[in-house]
Structures are given as structure tokens and as C-alpha cells.
Design a binder for this molecule. Sequence first.
Ligand code: NAG
Ligand code: NAG
Ligand code: NAG
Ligand code: NAG
Ligand code: NAG
Ligand code: NAG
Length: 545
Amino acid sequence: MLEMAKCKQFAYCIVLFLYLIGSSMAAHTTPDDDVLGWVKKDNRRFLHADIRVGDLNSTIKFYTESLGMKLLSQKDFPEQKYSKAIVGFGPQDTHFVLELTYIYGVDKYDIGTGFGHFGIATQDIYTVVENIRAKGGVITREPGPIAEGGSTIFAFVQDPNGYSFELLQRPPTPEPLCQILLNVLDLDRAIEFYEKALGMNLLQKYDNPQEQFSMAMVGYGSNLTQTTVLELRYNYNVTEYTKGDGYAQIGSSMAAHTTPDDDVLEWVKKDNRRFLHADIRVGDLNSTIKFYTESLGMKLLSQKDFPEQKYSKAIVGFGPQDTHFVLELTYIYGVDKYDIGTGFGHFGIATQDIYTVVENIRAKGGVITREPGPIAEGGSTIFAFVQDPNGYSFELLQRPPTPEPLCQILLNVLDLDRAIEFYEEALGMNLLQKYDNPQEQFSMAMVGYGSNLTQTTVLELRYNYNVTEYTKGDGYAQVAIGTDDVYKSAAAVKLVTKELGGQIILPPVSIPTTNAKITSFVDPDGWKTDLVDNEDYLKQLQKKE
Ligand SMILES: *[C@@H]1O[C@H](CO)[C@@H](O)[C@H](O)[C@H]1NC(C)=O
Ligand SMILES: *[C@@H]1O[C@H](CO)[C@@H](O)[C@H](O)[C@H]1NC(C)=O
Ligand SMILES: *[C@@H]1O[C@H](CO)[C@@H](O)[C@H](O)[C@H]1NC(C)=O
Ligand SMILES: *[C@@H]1O[C@H](CO)[C@@H](O)[C@H](O)[C@H]1NC(C)=O
Ligand SMILES: CC(=O)N[C@H]1CO[C@H](CO)[C@@H](O)[C@@H]1O
Ligand SMILES: CC(=O)N[C@H]1CO[C@H](CO)[C@@H](O)[C@@H]1O
């Protein structure tokens, strides 16, 4: 992400964008300006924003009776345990609307500090506010101009869930539901992203030093009073926001095509899946490769420099990429250090002779953070921890020979049951082990493909008691998983994110120059995964040879 700021040269940006969305294929493609040119000509509009609500009926009542929207549809899904309602100022085929999801039994959501508000244009703000007050609604800012003599009259009100709405006094407009405010940490980066990746136009930008923020409005069309805009707000000196679990995402016209249905979740379980690679960024590629090959016993499977795009990539693993889970190491010119964050845990490596491996690492000057030995007096699992030159942790595990020595990726999560359910439902993984360790104050679940956790790569999901926040850093990027159909895969993920959180961040695309299909999403804890077409992945490997 840090690189986006440097993103000045157009061709470099395209590569960078593809790189940041994390496709292994993307990084090997020769960037093609056409696809970004096409985005600008595509037929786009805001379709809907999705929020979760704790009481659907009182929320609908507020939106219709207080805010003046229409209830466009309402449907209950008793088997999936949720209800959905759509409200807006006009029909969905022409208007931006709100999708409200009520999940059975969840009566409160954390809206977080990052989501700002929705904006509504009205011709008579004073009457609307009085009506809301009369119905017992919450007015957080009385209607009036910004400053003495200012011309924009606005007010703030809250719905029963605590979502903020800015009311704006404006002449009649075709799109009264006119704003979505999201706080961002780097305004120029955000503007550039929405312009380039989504083809939006910058409609207004201003700085307000008195109130310590800068704002940009981006959207489709050219007149911000006639269309829905995304308001990107940068608050001075704020370096972190929480996302909460209330506001979910905006539906773009691309992503909203699939009608989710149960079939797709059944299909996921039968899909042909495996872990392809995990991607990490490293500060010194040569010393990292040296450690992975000479100390950990991996093979260097490929290494390539991209001088024009200013990065190098190497792939290391215990066996060939077409059958083994591997690590992709990226070195970006000039960046010699990454923040690994507190959320990423470690990779696990199974070895038949842990003591020899550790002695070898020590002899080469490597960092041993936990000497080999059993968990407890008389325990049977022998393990150790070591660190690579970048600070990434590796757990070494004493085990009989296994087809997949690179066997674990540990990610910390805030809600273990939610994480397990997400990986089972959205990704078709199996829960292979789950245990609680009250002495050491954590619970752990291992999920993966296959049925025996010593024979395959597993994702270790760890919940640490009483920890409510992790930092993601910028070192570990994502894991890539193979699939026979990225479109169905994305539909399944999208369906599950509505219930459990997370979001598709790259709808399925075929990278034009290679025909490699991928889709990307983040899970409810913010961990990123790429789903990559199996056939395209193999073709890509053959081409490289
Ligand atoms: C919400 O409204 C629907 C439709 O009017 C009704 O069937 C349902 O019982 C209501 N639910 C609650 C919890 O009041
Ligand atoms: C936007 O549209 C409104 C209504 O048609 C018009 O009054 C206004 O001048 C337009 N603003 C710009 C910047 O074009
Ligand atoms: C890294 O290794 C490659 C290949 O052996 C070599 O060409 C390059 O000069 C090395 N880079 C550094 C910074 O040592
Ligand atoms: C997993 O596979 C290993 C090696 O084949 C075997 O010894 C072990 O019993 C298996 N474990 C389970 C739970 O099936
Ligand atoms: C205390 C502090 O960091 N102040 C900064 C807040 O942000 C403004 C604008 O970016 C800076 O000028 C201040 O120095
Ligand atoms: C201080 C505190 O919040 N302790 C809690 C830590 O988590 C365990 C297990 O969830 C609780 O039992 C404690 O009360």
C-alpha cells in the first residue's frame, strides 16, 4: 500500500494495482493500458450499499416514515437465518438503494470509526427534522448553515442502529440518496484508486484546516448534486480507523450480477481446491532466499527481476509449484523493511529431524526464538520457532515424512467460530482440529482441504483471549487458493460475507494479457485471499518453463 503514494507513472500504477490486488499472475503480466481505458467507458453506477441492522422492522419504519424512503422489497431467509430489506427513493433499476440485512439473533453491530454517514438531499430539511424529532428520532446536529451566513443548510440524524445520515437542503434531484462518506488514511491515494480502478471522476476536493480535515467527492457523472458520490474524508493526524461490522460494502454494477443461491455453497465443497502460495514482502531478497534454501531446506523454484516495475520476485518451496504449496517473495526496490504486524502468526514446517535443522540454523547465525522440545513435560509434539532475516516466524514441527512440509499458516482472528464458519462455508474447507488452551489463553482451529492435518497445508486460526485488535502491517500479503471456477467461487464468498462479514475486493476478472482468471476477497478479520483458476495457474507455470 505504501507504494501507491509513489504511483505517479501510469504504466507503473497499473502493475502496482494488479500487484496490490495480489494476483501471482498479475505480477507476471505485461500491463495493458486498455483495461483501465475501458473502465472509464464502462456503464457504471452505484447500485446499493449494504448495512447490517439489529431490528429490521424499526429500521424500515425509520427509513420510510422519517426519511421518506420506500420499502422496495423485504424477504426472509429462515434457513440461512437472515432477512433482507431494500429501501430507497426510487426503483432499484434506476436508483441507488440501501440493502438492510438482519441476521437472526444479532441485535447490535459495531459501526466502527471508519464509516461516516449516508447523505440525503431534501427540499425541506426543517420539516424533515421536525418530523424525525416528533417520532422520537435522534437529531445529532440541528439544521442550519455551516457557518454564519453559509449557504449550505445541513443536519445530522441517526437511525435506530446508530447509522448517521446527513440531511442536505437542496433543490429537487434525481438521486436524493446522494452520499456515502468513508474515512481514509491517504486522500490522494484513495482518489487515485477510485479514479483508476473504478473509473470514477473527482467532482470536488477541498481542505478545511479549521475543522482539521480534507474531503474529496468521487463518483460517476459530472455534477455532484445530480448523482450519488463517495465522499472520501481524511482527518488530520488520524492514523487508524475501525471497520466495525455494520457497514458492509457498496455494490458495483459488476459485482452485483450473481444471484446468490444455495447451490453455489454446495458446489464449493466439491470444487478442486488446494493452497497454491502465500505471498510475503521481503527487504533483502538474496539473504531471504539463502535462509529459505540453506537453513530451511527449501528449493529456489524461480526468480525474476522486473526492473521497469521496480520489483523482484522469487518462489521457494519444498516441491514444484504444480503440486506443492510455495512461498512467493516480493522485493520492491528501495524498501528494505516491512512491518509484519501483530495479526500474522507464522508458517509451519514439518521436518523429520528438528534438532539437526535448528543446529544448522544456529550455525549459520539464524535466530532461534524457541529451542526445540515438547510443549510440556512428557508432551509428544516436538517443536521450535525460528525467524527469517525479515522477522517472519516459522514453527518447526518434528513429524514423519509428509507430502507437504510447508504445512501451516497461522492467522490471528477476533472471533474463532465466525472464522471457522467463514472458511468452511465460503471456501469449502474442513475443520480438522479445534482445541482450547486456557493455560496459555488461546483457542485454535485448523482448517484446510483434505482430512488429515499432517498430510496437507492447513490454515491455523487462533483466538487469543481478550485480544480485541491486531495490526496487519504490510509484510504478509495473502494466500492464494486454486479453484475450477472463480465466478462461482466469488458468488459463494459474496453470499457468506453478507452473513459473516468480509468482502470481495476484486470481482472475478480475466487478466487480459494472460487470460488468467482471479478474484480476491478479505475474510471477516481482514485477511486477504486470492482465488485463482487452476487451469490458468498450470498454463502460467508451463509458460514460465
Ligand atoms: C416485522 O414485520 C413483519 C412484516 O410486517 C412481521 O411479519 C414480523 O413479525 C415483524 N417482526 C418483528 C420482530 O416484529
Ligand atoms: C448541477 O446541476 C444543477 C441542476 O441541474 C445546476 O443548477 C448546477 O449548476 C449544476 N452544477 C454544475 C457544477 O454543473
Ligand atoms: C542477488 O542475487 C542475484 C543472483 O545471484 C545477483 O545478480 C544480485 O546482484 C544479488 N543482489 C544483491 C543485492 O546482492
Ligand atoms: C494421518 O496420516 C498419517 C500418515 O499417513 C497417519 O499415521 C495418521 O494416523 C493419520 N491421522 C488421521 C487422524 O487420520
Ligand atoms: C500534532 C500533529 O501531528 N499535527 C499535525 C496534524 O496534521 C496537520 C496537517 O497534516 C499537520 O500540519 C500537523 O503538524
Ligand atoms: C480480563 C478479562 O477480560 N478476562 C477474560 C479473558 O477471556 C476469558 C475467556 O474468554 C474470560 O473468561 C475472562 O473473563
